[in-house]
Design a protein around this ligand. Sequence first.
Ligand code: PEP
Length: 244
Amino acid sequence: MRKKLVVGNWKMNGGLATNAKLLHALAGGWDARAGRALAVCVPFPYLGQAQAALMGTTIRWGAQNASEHAAGAYTGEVAASMLAEFGCHYAIVGHSERRQRYRESDAEVAAKASAVLAAGLTPIACVGETLAEREAGATEAVVLRQLDAVLLALSGAAKGMVVAYEPVWAIGTGKTARPEEAQAVHATLRARLEASGAGDVPLLYGGSVKGDNAAALFAQKDIDGALVGGASLQANEFLAIAGA
Ligand code: PEP
């Protein structure tokens, strides 16, 4: 059985004092056990703080984005090699908030995944449909289009990524996909990954995951863990999800 992986996405939240408390509570409260892994993806300025607080624990840390470029005149951007210098294990790419608000295309997301992998980190590539796309019956087509772009860019290296299925209508809304609804999409993604020789890539579900709905989601055959937004800002709730 694949290991269950739970990754927190703090989004643009936090501050030195609140982070210190949260990281301390996670480091002290996480009961490392076989078959479970925990990580937090924090805003760029707090990577050093996360590194200092989590170094020597079994909790990994990462970023929420990375440039597709290696270096140069890209004001405001952060290269994957810089993330590596802060000990990052993961970088999220293609989160729906970035696809929607910053107009990141499938091709850009794929290039970012490639850059992250080239820097020795694991990209967490997000895919997911909007409510309108779901209602139009386009869920499969959308998530496969998004996944295919990444698979094409990574080709033989796709085994080194993580994929997160995050239906846009479930992110930060309190609406979670029913476990069997999420499983159906995960099965579609798994089939595509298997066909590309990357069938063992961890497939996370994201969208209003909480301590009280995580176990039912994790019981699904192709759900290997969760990408958690809001609930990752509360140590108890996040640890409850990780232990579910
Ligand atoms: C996310 O931002 O990746 C996410 C899943 O958010 P939330 O858990 O708050 O829905």
